[in-house]
Design a binder for this molecule. Structure first.
Ligand code: UGA
Length: 471
C-alpha cells in the first residue's frame, strides 16, 4: 500500500520505517529541511535500537523523504498524521500542527483517502479533523478519519511497533477499518514473523498481535487512558515505597509479592525518582484537561502527578540526609536520560535533580551513555561530563544513580569504591542489593528500602535488586 506519514519525529520516523519493513511504499513528509537532508544522507536523528538497520534497508526504495505534502497525499491511500502535540500553558494538547496538516490535505485529494491520527490526541480530534477537511471543500464520501494510537516506548520503539501487545484501530465504518487492517495485515496474519530478515522477536511477544477495532472516540481515549494508567501504576508503587521507608519494609519484596498476582502484574511497578519523558507528563495533563472539559474532575490524575513530583523531592532529601550540607560537595551522577536506552532528556527527572543540586551549590560530574550531548545543551556549563561511570565517581562525596541504564547495574564495585572520596551510593533506581553493597563497603541508599552501611549490615539478604527488562 502507498502510505504518507506526516511528521518525522519519534513516532513518525519509527512508524514510517516499520511500515516500509512491512512491505509498504512510504513517503515521510516533514517541513524541516535540515532534518530531511540529514535523513536523506543516512543520518539517524534518534538513538533507537534497530532504527539504523531499517532506515538503511529501505531508504531511497520503499521509504522516501519529502517536504511535498500535496504530492504525498496524491499518491497515498492512507495518510498518517504524526506531528507534535506539545502542551499549552494550560496543559491542553496544542493541536495547531494537526489542524494545519488537515487543512492542507483536501486540495490534494484525488480519490478515497483514509486520514489517520497517529499522534497522541484528545478525544474529539478526529471529529475536528473531519470538519476542517470538509470546510476546505472535500466531498464527505471522499475520505474517512481514523484513530490508530501508538504504544511504542522510547528505547524499544522498533520492537514495540513490530511486536505490539495489540493494534488499536478506531474507525467509524467498514471501508476505513479494512484499509487499516490491510496496513497491519503482515503483523496480524503473522506473515512478517515468518520472514528471515524480520527484526528479532523480544521476550513476551504476543504473536500474532490482536487487532482491536473500536470507534474513533474510543481509540482516542484508549491512548490517554493507557498512559494515565501506567503513570498511576508508577506513582502507586512510589507511594508504597514511601510507606516502606517509614515502616522499615522492603519495596522490592512488596513488588514481588503484589506483582505476581496476575491481575496486577510485575511490569511498570519499579519505584524510582518518578516518571519523565515526552509522554506521561504531557498526556496526563492533556487527559485531565479533556476530562475537565467534558464535565468530569479527574482528581486521581492530580494525585498521580503530585506523587510523581514529591518522589523527586524525597530523593533530594535523601541526598541531604546522606551528605548533610550540599554547598561545595562534589557529586557524581550516573544517568541523565529520562530512562535507560534513550538519549532523550525531555522532562527527565535526572536533569531536574541535577538542576536542584546545582542550585544548592553542588559540583556535578555526570555520565550518561547516550544523553550527554543533549544534556550539555540545557545544563549549566559548570557541570563536568565524564567519559565513564568511574570518572564521574572520581573524588566524589557521593555517587547518585538516576537512570536505569543496563551498564549501571553491573559496575565494578571495587573500582567504584576506590574512585569515590567517600563510598556513598544513592540509588534512585534500585539497581543493587543493599546487603551486597554494604558487604562491599558502601553506605547505600535506595528507594523504599532501608539505608545500609558496612557497619550495619541489614539482616535481610537476598532481596532482589531490580532486574532491568525494559519494565
Ligand atoms: C510511554 C508508554 O510506556 C508507551 O506505551 C507510549 O507509547 C509512550 O509513552 C507514548 O505515549 O508515546 P515512554 O515515555 O517512551 O513510553 O517510556 P516508559 O518506558 O513508559 O517510561 C516513562 C517513565 O516512567 C520513565 O521516566 C521511566 O524511568 C519511568 N518508569 C517506568 C518508572 O519509574 N518505573 C517503571 O516501572 C516504569
Amino acid at each position: 500500500m502507498r502510505i504518507a506519514v506526516v511528521g518525522s519525529g519519534y513516532v513518525g520516523l519509527v512508524a514510517g520505517a516499520c511500515f516500509a519493513d512491512l512491505g509498504h511504499q512510504v513517503i515521510l513528509v516533514d517541513n524541516d529541511q535540515e532534518k530531511l537532508a540529514a535523513l536523506k544522507e543516512g543520518k539517524v536523528p534518534i538513538h533507537e535500537k534497530f532504527l539504523p538497520e531499517l532506515l538503511n534497508r529501505h531508504r531511497g526504495h520503499s521509504l522516501t523523504f519529502s517536504d511535498d505534502l500535496h504530492a504525498a497525499v496524491e499518491v497515498s491511500a492512507a495518510i498518517f498524521i504524526a506531528v507534535g502535540t506539545p502542551p499549552t500553558e494550560q496543559g491542553q494538547a496544542d493541536l495547531s500542527y494537526v489542524e494545519s496538516v488537515a487543512r492542507s490535505i483536501p486540495s490534494a485529494m484525488n480519490g478515497y483517502k483514509v486520514i489517520v491520527e497517529k499522534s497522541t490526541v484528545p478525544v474529539y480530534t478526529s471529529e475536528w479533523i473531519r470538519k476542517i477537511i470538509l470546510r476546505n471543500a472535500a466531498a464527505p464520501d471522499s475520505f474517512d478519519v481514523a484513530s490508530n494510537p501508538e504504544f511504542l516506548r522510547e528505547g524499544t520503539a522498533v520492537t514495540d511497533f513490530l511486536y505490539p501487545d495489540r493494534i488499536v484501530v478506531g474507525a467509524d465504518n467498514e471501508r476505513c477499518a479494512s484499509i487499516l487492517a490491510a496496513v497491519y495485515a503482515p503483523l496480524t496474519t503473522g506473515s512478517y514473523y515468518q520472514r528471515e530478515d524480520a527484526i528479532p522477536q523480544p521476550d513476551r511477544a504476543q504473536i500474532p498481535p490482536p487487532l482491536i477495532i473500536t470507534s474513533t472516540k474510543s481509540a482516542e481515549l484508549i491512548k490517554h487512558a493507557s498512559n494515565a494508567f501506567l503513570a498511576m501504576k508508577i506513582s502507586f508503587i512510589n507511594a508504597v515505597a514511601s510507606v516502606c521507608e517509614s515502616v522499615g519494609a522492603n519495596v522490592q519484596q512488596v513488588c514481588q509479592g503484589i506483582g505476581t498476582d496476575s491481575r496486577i502484574g510485575p511490569r511498570f511497578l519499579n519505584p524510582g525518582i518518578g516518571y519523565g519523558g515526552s509522554c506521561f507528563p504531557k498526556d496526563l495533563m492533556a487527559f485531565r484537561a479533556v476530562a475537565r472539559e467534558s464535565g468530569y474532575e479527574f482528581r486521581l490524575l492530580d494525585e498521580v502527578m503530585r506523587i510523581n513530583e514529591d518522589q523527586r523531592h524525597r530523593f533530594l532529601r535523601k541526598v541531604r540526609s546522606a551528605l548533610w550540607t550540599l554547598r561545595g560537595k562534589r557529586v557524581g551522577v550516573l544517568g541523565l536520560a529520562f530512562k535507560g536506552g534513550t538519549d532523550d532528556i525531555r522532562e527527565s527527572p535526572a536533569i531536574l535533580l541535577v538542576e536542584s543540586l546545582l542550585q544548592e551549590g553542588c559540583q556535578i560530574a555526570a555520565y550518561d551513555p547516550a544523553a550527554q550531548a543533549h544534556a550539555r545543551e540545557v545544563l549549566n556549563p559548570s557541570v563536568k561530563f565524564a567519559s565513564d561511570p568511574y570518572e564521574a565517581a572520581s573524588g566524589a562525596d557521593a555517587l547518585l544513580i538516576l537512570t536505569e541504564w543496563d551498564e549501571f547495574a553491573s559496575l565494578d564495585l571495587d573500582r567504584l569504591h576506590a574512585q569515590l572520596k567517600y563510598p556513598i551510593v544513592i540509588d534512585g533506581r534500585n539497581l543493587y542489593d543493599p546487603a551486597a553493597m554494604a558487604a562491599r563497603g558502601f553506605t547505600y541508599y535506595s528507594v523504599g528500602r532501608a539505608a545500609v552501611t558496612p557497619e550495619t549490615l541489614p539482616l535481610e539478604t537476598g532481596t532482589p535488586a531490580r532486574k532491568i527488562t525494559n519494565s
